[in-house]
Design a protein around this ligand. Structure first.
Ligand code: F6P
Length: 739
C-alpha cells in the first residue's frame, strides 16, 4: 500500500509541477502585456502634457507650470507630474506628489542626456510606481524634462490574483485527481488482484475457494484470471489425488510419513475432532524492527517439531505472546491465523506480566526445572514465590484453554514441555472428556535427583492428569516410573507402562521426536558457495555447531575439544574453520548471561592462540539464523558437532542429517543426547573429554568418502523412517487407542 501511495503522490507531484510551470508562463506573459500597456499609455500622456506645459515653461513662471500640472494630476492611476530644468533641478511638481519620489530618481537626467524617453519602476513605501521622463526641447536643444508618475501596483495585484486563482484551481484538480486515481485503482486493479490473491491462497492452503471469487472484479484481468482459474483447479485436483494416495498408504506400514499422510491419518482416526496445542514458546513471534512489523520463527526444537504437525492437521495453538509487536497483530480475541504467509491454523496468544514471566518462566521453569532435569551440574534454584507464580500461570493457561474448548466435544489437547507440568490435572478435572497428551521435551532425571524438588508431589500429580505422557527415550520413561513409584501412592504397572492414580490412568511411552525430513530440499535456500562467500570463509574444511546459547549444549566443552585438536594437529591451522552459530537464549536468566560472556571470552582466547593474519580457527555468530540460512551451512560443512551435556533429543543432529542429501559429512554426537540412540552412524563421544572430541574431529576430517556415505545413509534412513509426522502419528495414535 505504501508503494501505491508513493506512485499516486509521484503522479500528483508531476501534475503540480506541470500546472505551476504553465501558471508561471502565463504570469510572465500577463506581466509583460500589462507593463507594455502601461508604458504605451504613459508615453501618450507625456506627449500630450508636454504640449500643455511648453508655453508656461518657456515663460519661466513656476506658478503657471504648477497650475497646469495640478490640473492633470490625480486622474485615474496618475500619481503626479514633475518638470525639471535642463540641469536636472526640480522646476515644478503637482500637489501631493511625494518629494522623495521626485528627487530620488535619475530618470529625467537620463532622458535629457539621451534626448529620448527614459522610464523605470520605482518604489514608494512598498507600492510600485512607474516613472517616465520625456525631454522638453526647443530648436533641437534640450531645455528640461517632464516626468509622469503612474501607479503600477495594480500589475502586482493582477499577477498575485492569477497565482491565487490558478493555485486554488490546482488544489481542487489535484484533489479530484487523487480521488479519481484511488477509486480507479481500487476498482480496476486492487480489488481484482485481492480477489485473485485470496483465491490462490485458498487453493494453496487446500480450501476449495469459490471459483466466482476468482472471477470477481472486472474484465481488465480476464486473460490472467482465466489462467489462474485453471491453475487453482489443477492444484485442487493434485491435492485430492495426493490425499487419496496418502489415504491408501495409511495401511502400508513401510511407506514414509508425510504431511498429507498425517492429515489423512488424523481424519481417519479422529474424524472431526479438534487439536489444541499448548506451549510456552509461540511458533511465530511478531517484532517491530525499524518501524516495520516482521515475524520470526524462534530457535526451538519444540517449535521445529510441532509446527509441521499443526500445518498438516490444523487446530489451535495457545502460547505466550512474547513479541513486542504481538499485540498489534492479533484480532480482538488475541488470535491470529498462521503461518502468516499461508495460514493453516490459529495461534492464540496469552499475555503474561513481567512478574509472571519472572516467576514462571525465568524462575521456576528455567532456574529450577531445567537444571533439575538436565544433568549438566548446574544447581537448581527453588524459590517459593517462583513456584506460586508457576502454578498461577498454569492456571491462567488452563482458564484460556477451557474457554476455547467450552463447546468442543472430546477435544484433543497436546501440552508441551516442562512449563506446564500442572496443566494436565487442571484440565482433566474441569473436562474429563478431554484427551490429554503431555510431551516432556527434556530429559527426566533419576528418582534420586528429582527428590530434591520441594514440590515434586504436586508436579507429579499435575503431570498424571494426562492420558499419555511422552518422553524422548525409554530411559526417561523408566526414570519417571521410578520417580512416581517413590513419591506417590499409585499403581505403577511396568507391563503396560502406566500409572493409575486417583482412579485415572496415564500411559508413559517413548516417542523420539524428529524433523520433517525435507530430503535436502529447502525453500529458498541459497547455494553453499554463496553462503560461504558471504561469511568470507576461505579455509578448505568447515565444521559447524548450531545451538541456543545454553550451558546444557556443551559449547564450552566443544571449544576445549577444538583447542585440543589444534594443539595436536597444527597442520590444520588455516585449513579448518569451525563456525558456531549461537543465538542468545533466555537472556533474563543470570546463568545464561554469564554463560554468554564465558563463550565469547573462550572463543577470543582460542582465536588469539592460533589465528594468523588471514585465518581464525573459530567464528562465533551470536545471531538467530532461519532454516533457509542454516540448511546451506549444513550442506557446506564437513563435520557437525553436537556436544550436549544432557539433551532430551537434539534436533540439530537430525536436521544436519536431513540436509545431507549428498550423503556426505560426518556427525559428531554426544552420548548424552536422545539422538545418540537413533543416529547410529554418528561418531559418538563423551563431550566432557576434550581428547575424545579432538580425536573425533580428526577422524571426521579424514574419513574416507565411502565411510561417510555408509554412515550418513544409515542415519538418513533412520530420520526418514521416523520423521516428525510419524512421531505425531504415534503420539496421537496412542491417545486414540485410549477409546
Ligand atoms: O526443546 C526444549 C525447549 O525448552 C522448548 O520447550 C523451548 O521452546 C526451547 O527449548 C527453547 O527454549 P525457550 O523457548 O525458553 O527459548
Amino acid at each position: 500500500m505504501k508503494k501505491i501511495l508513493a506512485y499516486i503522490s509521484a503522479i500528483i507531484l508531476t501534475v503540480i509541477l506541470v500546472v505551476v510551470g504553465f501558471t508561471f508562463r502565463q504570469v510572465q506573459q500577463q506581466k509583460s502585456t500589462l507593463v507594455n500597456d502601461l508604458q504605451y499609455r504613459t508615453s501618450l500622456l507625456a506627449d500630450s502634457f508636454k504640449e500643455s506645459i511648453r508655453t508656461p515653461y518657456l515663460s519661466g513662471t513656476t506658478t503657471s507650470v504648477q497650475a497646469v500640472l495640478d490640473k492633470f494630476a490625480g486622474r485615474e492611476r496618475l500619481l503626479g507630474l514633475a518638470v525639471y530644468d535642463n540641469r536636472g533641478g526640480l522646476f515644478a511638481m503637482s500637489v501631493g506628489l511625494p518629494q522623495n519620489l521626485v528627487e530620488n530618481n535619475n530618470i529625467p537626467e537620463k532622458a535629457m542626456d539621451a534626448n529620448s524617453v527614459s522610464s523605470d519602476f520605482s518604489d514608494l513605501n512598498g507600492m510600485s510606481v512607474y516613472v517616465l521622463a520625456s525631454p522638453l526641447s526647443q530648436d533641437s536643444k534640450v531645455i528640461g524634462a517632464l516626468s509622469v508618475f503612474q501607479r503600477a501596483d495594480y500589475i502586482d495585484d493582477n499577477i498575485s490574483e492569477i497565482w491565487k486563482t490558478n493555485l486554488l484551481r490546482l488544489l481542487l484538480q489535484a484533489l479530484l485527481f487523487s480521488v479519481a486515481i484511488v477509486i480507479i485503482f481500487n476498482w480496476v486493479i486492487y480489488r481484482p488482484i485481492k480477489h485473485l490473491a485470496e483465491a490462490i491462497r485458498q487453493a494453496r492452503s487446500g480450501k476449495t475457494g469459490n471459483e466466482s471469487d476468482i472471477q470477481k472484479g472486472n474484465s481488465f484481468f480476464k486473460p490472467i484470471v482465466a489462467e489462474i482459474s485453471k491453475i487453482t483447479r489443477s492444484l485442487v485436483l493434485a491435492r485430492n489425488s495426493a490425499s487419496e494416495e496418502a489415504r491408501m498408504r495409511l495401511q502400508e506400514l513401510d511407506s514414509p510419513w508425510t504431511a498429507e499422510r498425517l492429515k489423512e491419518f488424523f481424519k481417519a482416526y479422529f474424524k472431526d475432532r479438534q487439536i489444541f496445542v499448548v506451549s510456552n514458546r509461540e511458533p511465530y513471534i511478531h517484532r517491530k524492527i525499524k518501524n516495520e512489523t516482521v515475524w520470526v520463527v524462534p530457535p526451538s526444537g519444540m517449535v521445529t517439531a510441532l509446527e509441521p504437525i499443526m500445518e498438516a492437521c490444523g487446530g489451535m495453538w495457545l502460547a505466550h505472546g512474547s513479541g513486542d509487536a504481538d499485540k498489534q497483530t492479533v484480532n480482538n480475541q488475541d488470535k491470529i491465523e498462521v503461518p502468516p504467509d499461508e495460514p493453516k491454523y490459529t495461534l492464540k496468544r496469552i499475555w503474561l506480566s513481567e512478574k509472571e514471566i519472572k516467576g514462571y518462566y525465568i524462575g521456576f521453569s528455567n532456574e529450577a526445572l531445567w537444571p533439575l532435569c538436565h544433568l549438566a551440574h548446574t544447581r537448581p534454584i527453588f524459590r517459593k514465590e517462583d513456584w506460586t507464580t508457576y502454578r498461577k500461570v498454569n492456571g491462567k493457561f488452563a482458564e484460556s484453554l477451557l474457554a476455547e474448548i467450552k463447546d468442543v466435544q472430546r477435544p484433543i489437547i497436546l501440552i508441551q514441555d516442562y512449563h506446564f507440568a500442572l496443566l494436565p490435572e487442571m484440565i482433566k478435572k474441569a473436562r474429563p472428556d478431554a484427551e490429554i497428551g503431555l510431551f516432556w521435551h527434556i530429559p527426566w532425571p533419576s528418582a534420586e535427583v528429582f527428590s530434591i524438588c520441594p514440590w515434586r508431589k504436586d508436579i507429579l500429580n499435575g503431570m498424571l492428569g494426562a492420558d499419555v505422557l511422552g518422553f524422548h527415550t525409554q530411559q526417561h520413561c523408566n526414570n519417571f516410573m521410578e520417580t512416581v513409584g517413590k513419591e506417590i501412592e499409585s499403581l505403577v504397572d511396568l507391563e503396560k507402562f502406566s500409572v493409575t492414580h486417583n482412579g485415572h490412568s496415564t500411559f508413559i511411552k517413548p516417542f523420539p521426536i524428529s524433523v520433517a525430513f525435507t530430503n535436502g530440499a529447502h525453500e529458498d535456500d541459497k547455494p553453499e558457495s554463496e553462503v560461504l562467500k558471504n561469511l568470507k570463509l576461505k579455509s578448505k574444511i568447515l565444521g559447524i555447531g548450531i545451538d541456543r546459547l545454553d550451558y546444557t549444549k556443551g559449547i564450552l566443552e566443544r571449544l576445549k575439544g577444538l583447542e585440543f585438536f589444534f594443539d595436536l594437529h597444527p597442520e590444520f591451522k588455516g585449513q579448518f574453520t569451525f563456525l558456531q552459530i549461537a543465538p542468545p537464549s533466555r537472556e533474563g536468566v543470570e546463568k545464561y548471561q554469564k554463560f554468554n560472556d564465558e563463550v565469547t571470552h573462550e572463543v577470543e582466547r582460542i582465536n588469539e592462540k592460533f589465528e594468523d593474519n588471514s585465518w581464525k580457527p573459530i567464528i562465533l555468530l551470536k545471531k538467530h539464523h532461519t532454516h533457509d540460512e542454516i540448511y546451506p551451512l549444513y550442506r557446506a560443512a564437513q563435520v557437525c558437532l553436537v556436544t550436549s551435556l544432557s539433551d532430551g533429543m537434539n534436533l540439530v543432529a537430525k536436521e544436519f542429517v536431513s540436509a545431507r542429501n549428498d550423503e556426505a559429512g560426518v556427525l559428531i554426537l554426544s552420548q548424552f543426547t536422545g539422538a545418540a540412540r537413533d543416529l547410529k552412524g554418528a561418531l559418538i563421544i563423551n563431550p566432557y573429554s576434550a581428547e575424545e572430541t579432538a580425536e573425533a574431529i580428526f577422524k571426521a576430517i579424514n574419513m574416507p568418502p565411502s565411510e561417510q556415505h555408509r554412515r550418513m545413509k544409515k542415519m538418513r534412513e533412520s530420520v526418514r523412517d521416523y520423521n516428525v509426522y510419524r512421531w505425531a502419528a504415534e503420539f496421537l495414535g496412542s491417545i486414540n487407542r485410549l477409546d
